[in-house]
Design a protein around this ligand. Structure first.
Ligand code: ADP
Ligand code: MG
Length: 323
């Protein structure tokens, strides 16, 4: 029903960044090697995500926007991992319910593409249309039909920053995919997608930060740690330059921050923080599921094991450099 759609929409679609996240994840699921995101007015005016993925067959186009419509089979293990999988098949329906959506798509190898327009979730006819291979979803006038939600939106600049942060993190957790972000007509991010984490960090966080990094790698029990930390005493840092991925997903964690900083001991200047891009990999059963799409937090089953793995990896790598 319409009401159920709007309630579901409220849970999946909190703000422009949550729309971008769902659309980009769909693009990645479709096997895209390049994902382009365009936003205007912090995404409140327009959000457009284009990919070069598998595309959607015209006959399946209306189905993709039905609630609980998913073409993806998930294993029990997938369901146990962190992410948005609790909302299977909800994202497109939820986004369409609270905006005006246009989708243009052409399956790989197909002769022609198709387009579909939806207004407040109500679909028009599927029309044949010229299109490059892949999919482009355009979302306009987000929350136009939910005034209460619209009223509580932050400033456009805050929304732009949230989308930019999201794209940075996605780019660094998927260096094999090229990500581009255009905000209000200007390119804000463009990663090469060459599979190298260094290139993604360079493009996402800047040359100066990328230059100050040391590679680290270690393991403790079932916890593997890999990535980059800033060189001792060079850090001009703020904690916003601490980027952690757990099983490939960006998360915020006081435990990981504490383990990183403890690893530096006396090697950072007072009042400064080390920066990092660290990837922590552990069995999915050792991470507590948090299925809310907007959440970037996590609970570890064995906190000490995770702390020690990160702490020792950082400490050992810094000491090996004679720090
Ligand atoms: P889910 O991703 O959980 O399956 P969504 O509502 O996000 O649910 O998407 C519904 C379906 O639409 C997907 O299962 C997929 O078949 C199709 N789809 C959505 N976006 C894309 C895309 N960019 N490329 C190809 N197929 C897509
Ligand atoms: Mg999805």
């Amino acid at each position: 029903s319409h009401v159920a759609d709007l309630i579901a929409a409220g849970e999946v679609v909190e703000r422009p960044a949550s729309v971008v996240k769902e659309l980009v994840e769909n693009a990645m699921d479709a096997g895209a090697t390049a994902v382009r995101v365009e936003i205007r007015r912090g995404g409140m005016g327009l959000i457009r995500v284009s990919d070069d993925g598998c595309g959607i067959a015209p006959v399946e186009l209306p189905t993709a926007f039905l609630r609980h419509a998913t073409s993806k089979l998930r294993s029990a293990e997938d369901l146990g991992s962190i992410g948005t999988l609790g909302f299977r098949g909800e994202a497109l329906a939820a986004i369409a319910a609270v905006s005006r959506v246009e989708i243009l798509t052409r399956p790989k190898g197909a002769q022609s593409g198709a387009s579909l327009h939806l207004e407040g979730g109500v679909p028009g006819p599927v029309e044949e249309a010229g299109a490059p291979e892949g999919t482009t979803v355009t979302v306009r006038d987000l929350f136009y039909n939910t005034p209460a939600r619209l009223k509580f939106m932050k400033k456009d600049s805050a929304e732009t920053a949230a989308v930019a942060g999201l794209l940075q993190h996605l780019a660094m957790s998927h260096p094999d995919i090229s990500f581009q972000l255009i905000k209000d007509g200007a390119e804000a991010l463009h990663t090469p997608g060459d599979g190298k984490l260094e290139s993604a960090i360079y493009a996402a966080l800047g040359r100066e930060f990328a230059r100050s990094l040391l590679a680290v790698e270690g393991r403790g029990g079932e916890v593997a740690v890999e990535g980059y930390v800033t060189m001792p005493l060079q850090s001009r840092g703020s904690r916003s330059m601490q980027v952690f991925f757990v099983n490939g997903r960006f998360i915020k964690s006081q435990l990981l921050t504490a383990a990183l900083e403890e690893g530096y001991r006396n090697q950072i200047m007072k009042g400064k923080f080390p920066g990092c891009v660290l990837s922590v990999t552990l069995p999915v059963t050792a991470v507590d599921v948090n299925v809310h799409p907007a959440k970037t937090t996590v609970k570890f089953a064995r906190e000490k094991e995770v702390f020690d793995a990160v702490y020792h990896t950082v400490l050992d790598c810094l000491s090996a450099r004679g720090g």
